[in-house]
Ligand binder design. Structure first.
Ligand code: AP5
Length: 192
């Protein structure tokens, strides 16, 4: 199964991708995690990305595509993947289509998790306290939500128009959201 998880910051993409990875037995590719690993390692790419990420802006399309190409060159993505955090603008959506075409692959579904902004702000304020992620400050969260509305929302529309979008309510317990996703993408595998 090849899945693209879409949704605003804090909508639960990473949380659900970690569960789907076990369930579908495919790798979870989070561009945010890949970038944070570069930042933590202090690599040249990480140094370039650090400030951009802390502000809540998007890192350059070129860097992201390079990272993604590199990740998709590994054998473990051959039988499927869960892509979390990419694409985030229309140029990235086109680049993903091209990358998958080059690999002779197509994704099965783009799943959008919907959560209202009030809950998102509450969730990310909770994570800011618990984990201190640099971009979970109130200012960065506000900015990330604006960037999402301006640059990523058109990607949702793009997939809707191409008949590839599945919308899932992202509010509720982790188990409930997980069950909704599985029922939407792989009903034959859903339990209960
Ligand atoms: P990224 O790491 O992708 O961050 P994000 O999209 O802002 O997503 P989050 O990790 O904040 O939220 P999520 O939807 O994964 O929710 P989560 O499960 O964590 O990107 C970070 C930055 O990297 C970007 O701002 C950008 O700078 C850069 N970047 C990344 N990809 C890029 C790209 N393609 N192009 C350019 N730049 C890129 O959950 C959030 C919180 O809510 C957690 O505390 C969780 O426990 C809680 N939670 C989850 N589900 C529930 C639930 N059902 N009920 C209650 N709480 C819940």
């Amino acid at each position: 199964m090849r899945l693209v998880l879409l949704g605003a910051p804090g909508s639960g993409k990473g949380t659900q991708a970690a569960r789907l990875k076990e369930y579908l037995d495919v790798p979870h590719i989070s561009t945010g995690d890949l970038l944070r690993a570069e930042v933590a390692a202090g690599s040249p790419l990480g140094l370039q990305a650090k400030e951009v990420m802390a502000r809540g802006d998007l890192v350059s399309d070129e860097i992201l595509l390079g990272m993604l190409r590199d990740r998709f060159s590994r054998d473990d993505t051959r039988n499927g993947f869960i892509l979390d955090g990419y694409p985030r603008n229309l140029a990235q959506a086109a680049a993903l289509d091209q990358l998958l075409a080059d690999l002779g692959q197509k994704f099965d579904a783009a799943v959008q998790l919907t959560v209202d902004n009030e809950q998102i702000i509450e969730r990310l304020a909770g994570r800011a306290k618990a984990e201190g992620r640099a971009d979970d400050s109130p200012e960065s969260v506000r900015h990330r939500l604006n960037v999402y509305d301006q640059q990523t929302a058109p990607v949702i529309e793009f997939y809707r128009q191409h008949g590839q979008l599945t919308v899932v309510d992202g509010v509720g317990s982790l188990d409930d959201v997980f069950t909704r996703i599985v029922e939407a993408i792989a009903p034959e595998k859903a339990v209960g």
